[in-house]
Design a protein. Structure first.
Lengths: 126, 649
């Protein structure tokens, strides 16, 4: 953690990230990781809120939990695709759970390490 | 007298000499060589015979005496002139045709006398010659007449012979024809005879065949005549009626039968009367063996009724077999019906021919729809081709097959069935197939649930691990020392675990808020001096919400035990909640209020607990959470919308 903080201090990403995740502990974890990477965070724990944010908020990328409080997150992915905002999925279900049209998207497998999150976010910069 | 009378003979109608004269007669006679005869014509000198015959005939014709003068004849080497007199004798004195013939020598022949050479002698000789010529002429005429007569007689005789001959020829032809006819009749008889011989042989053969047949069939057979007398029987019949060879001809009524069949005679008579067959099952008196008995009229080949034939076929084994078969069939049906499986059969080519009531009942197909390969129509389109391929392959290879496929239930829904079919092998060839479908929809559903559960479990484990990871990192951030980290981390993990226990006990279905609160406060509850009061209606919480609220309550409780109301014996905690319905949504209102504890100081730095309660819980519950560090005690107010499932139990 200290190491990660040092890294991020050296090379802050400075991105604004939408985190769609209903588990409070994971939201807190991601918030910590992202803030240490020099990012600011918007969170959504319900699909409706997430769609609203995806359509209206300004941000650089999104991390989408596949299952948000019992609902699938894909409408959010559609909205982001329309706005050409990059996003990745996070899931505990393992690979093969996202539809074929998102087959080329990066999937962050739970539980994730800070390094994995950083790797994923680096792609958002391009 | 005799010296002067001429020599003579008397003859009858047949020229037989009746009387000779004496005298010179001998010089006129010279019998012919051969059999002795008195016929004048045989005994006269040959030179005289024609003249005598002619004179006799002339005499008979004229019935007057005929005189031939100067008849020249060579007698004893001398030419002599003879006067011949023939006179028929009167009819009355002797027999018819009798006549007298006399010879009188006239002197030596003229030629001999001519030697004298005198003119008178020559004239005499001329006269004699003329006389002789005349006589000869007459002689020739008589002979010619005689010849003509004979000739005519010969002619008529010839004609008669010819006609007789013709008749004989005709008779001969008739005889020939008759002979031919006789021959053909003979041939026919021979043919018939040989045919009869062949038929006879055939009959003998047939007889022998029938005997062998009757002996070999082991069918007890008894032939009776009209009077119920035994004509013949087969060896097997001897056991049933105690028959012996000497019993032929005896009435059936005389014999002791081993059969339990009192109406035997009545039935035999009935058959003779009605000429229809009677068939019935009869048993032996001791009820050991059973027979099928048939009584039929005995018809000869030309359809004449000549008694009756009784046959007894032993069906004891068949009866026993039938009973066993019926039992088995019953058992089989009971099994099929009890198992509620679909049972079906096909022919060797895999086509359904026989009805399957269980298939029809399950699918609602009619027999016509299911026949042949029609059953494929009841299979789910996605499974059909695969099943068809599998089935044809199994039929071709004659190997058992089993698979799962969806079958359209009569209700319209698709039901998963497990099918297994095996070939019926008899004597190395497949005579058909028998198969069963078992409804495995429930099992399939259970399998799906299990897969879903495994998937879900994996998800939860991953989430839990992520949660633990998060707790570890959060705890690490606020910990002043490894010991403090250990203490805080482990109690948080235990709190999480307890909520898990609660959820596991409820099989991960909604748990009551009351149970969740009790779980955290249990160690501080004391019945003598109540430090905790828990009050609220029954509310069910989703596992996810329960987990989050559980963690939050743990943080509140831990804080209270460390710094707040539960750290002193006088302090108390009130947890109360109620549900408020507004515009169709239902909100949970929960308050945590500490009193009687040491004065509260707001923490200098917001720790894990505060963040979890204020941010995390609000986020998780999609509600609002207010945490106040009042001097009199910590207060927390939670407002969270309840999902439709989080209702009252």
């Amino acid at each position: 953690m200290i190491e990660a903080a040092q890294k991020s201090a050296a090379r802050p990403l400075g991105l604004r990230i939408l985190v769609v995740e209903d588990e409070m502990m994971l939201v807190m974890l991601l918030e910590d990781i992202l803030m240490e990477l020099g990012c600011s965070v918007i969170t959504a724990g319900r699909l409706a809120k997430a769609i609203e944010a995806a359509e209206n908020e300004t941000f650089d990328g999104a991390i989408l939990d596949v299952n948000v409080a019992g609902e699938e997150v894909y409408p959010v992915a559609e909205a982001l695709t329309r706005r050409s905002i990059p996003f990745i999925f996070s899931t505990g279900y393992g690979e093969g759970t996202v539809p074929a049209e998102y087959g080329d998207r990066l999937i962050l497998a739970k539980p994730y390490l800070p390094d994995s999150v950083e790797q994923a976010l680096v792609n958002f910069q391009k | 007298m005799e010296k002067y009378s001429p020599a003579y003979v008397i003859i009858d109608g047949q020229h037989d000499i009746l009387r000779f004269s004496g005298g010179e007669l001998g010089q006129y006679l010279k019998p012919s060589q051969g059999v002795a005869s008195l016929n004048l014509l045989n005994v006269l000198r040959k030179a005289l015979r024609p003249a005598v015959l002619a004179a006799i005939q002339a005499a008979h014709e004229g019935q007057r005496p005929v005189v031939h003068e100067n008849l020249a004849a060579k007698i004893n080497g001398h030419e002599r002139l003879v006067t011949l007199i023939v006179e028929p004798m009167p009819e009355g004195s002797v027999g018819p045709g009798h006549c007298i013939i006399a010879f009188q020598e006239a002197g030596p022949h003229a030629a001999e006398t001519a030697a004298s050479g005198s003119p008178e002698a020559a004239a005499t000789r001329n006269r004699a010659l003329e006389q002789e010529l005349r006589a000869t002429k007459a002689q020739v005429t008589a002979m010619v007449d005689d010849l003509e007569t004979t000739n005519e007689e010969m002619k008529s005789a010839n004609e008669e012979y010819q006609s007789v001959n013709e008749e004989l020829q005709a008779s001969n032809e008739e005889l020939e024809t008759s002979k031919e006819e006789m021959q053909s009749v003979n041939e026919e008889l021979q043919t018939i005879n040989s045919e009869m011989a062949v038929k006879n042989e055939l009959l003998t053969r047939l007889n022998s065949d029938i005997k062998n047949l009757l002996d070999s069939t082991q069918i007890a057979t008894v032939f009776l005549d009209h009077d119920l007398r035994i004509k013949s029987f087969t060896p097997t019949a001897t056991d049933l009626f105690n028959l012996r060879d000497s019993d032929r001809g005896r009435p059936l009524t005389d014999l002791v039968s081993r059969l339990k069949y009192a109406d035997l005679q009545r039935d035999v008579r009935k058959v003779l009367r009605t000429l229809s067959m009677i068939e019935s099952e009869v048993q032996l008196v001791d009820e050991t063996d059973t027979f099928t008995m048939r009584i039929r009229p005995y018809r000869t080949l030309d359809n004449v009724i000549d008694g009756v034939v009784m046959t007894f076929v032993d069906i004891t084994e068949r009866k026993a077999f039938e009973v066993r078969l019926a039992e088995r069939e019953q058992r089989f049906h009971a099994l099929v019906n009890a198992s509620s499986q679909i049972v079906w059969t096909t022919n060797a080519a895999g086509e359904t021919e026989d009805d399957s009531p269980s298939w029809r009942a399950f699918t609602g197909q009619t027999f016509e729809q299911w026949k042949g390969f029609g059953w494929l129509d009841a299979i789910h389109p996605d499974d059909r081709e695969r099943v068809n391929d599998l089935w044809r392959k199994a039929v071709a290879e004659k190997s058992p097959v089993s698979t799962d496929y969806r079958l359209r239930h009569v209700s319209g829904e698709w039901r998963w069935t497990a099918v297994r079919a095996v070939p019926l092998v008899t004597a190395d060839s497949v005579s058909g197939w028998v198969g069963m479908n078992l409804d495995i929809t429930e099992r399939k559903e259970a399998e799906r649930q299990r897969d879903l559960l495994l998937h879900e479990l994996n998800h939860r484990v991953k989430n839990t691990l992520a949660t633990v990871m998060s707790i570890a990192l959060q705890t690490l951030k606020g910990a002043a020392s490894p010991l403090e980290f250990r203490q805080a981390f482990l109690t948080r993990i235990v709190a999480l675990s307890k909520t898990h226990d609660l959820l596991t006990n409820a099989a991960w279905r909604p748990v009551t808020l009351s149970d969740l609160v009790q779980l955290e406060l249990a160690p501080y509850r004391d019945d003598k001096s109540p430090r905790c009061r828990v009050e609220g209606e029954d509310v069910l919480l989703e596992p996810r919400v329960a987990l989050a609220l559980g963690l939050a309550l743990h943080e509140l409780t831990t804080n209270a035990a460390k710094h707040g109301a539960l750290s002193v014996s006088t302090g108390r905690v009130d947890v109360a909640w109620h549900v408020r319905s507004l515009n169709g949504t239902r909100d949970l209102h929960l308050t945590w209020a500490e009193t009687g504890g040491p004065p509260v100081q707001a923490p200098a730095r917001r720790g894990f607990g505060s963040r979890l309660i204020e941010e995390g819980l609000a986020h998780e519950l999609d509600g609002t959470v207010r945490l106040d560090f009042d001097v009199g005690g910590v207060k927390c107010a939670i407002v969270a919308p309840l999902s439709p499932t989080e209702s009252q139990p």
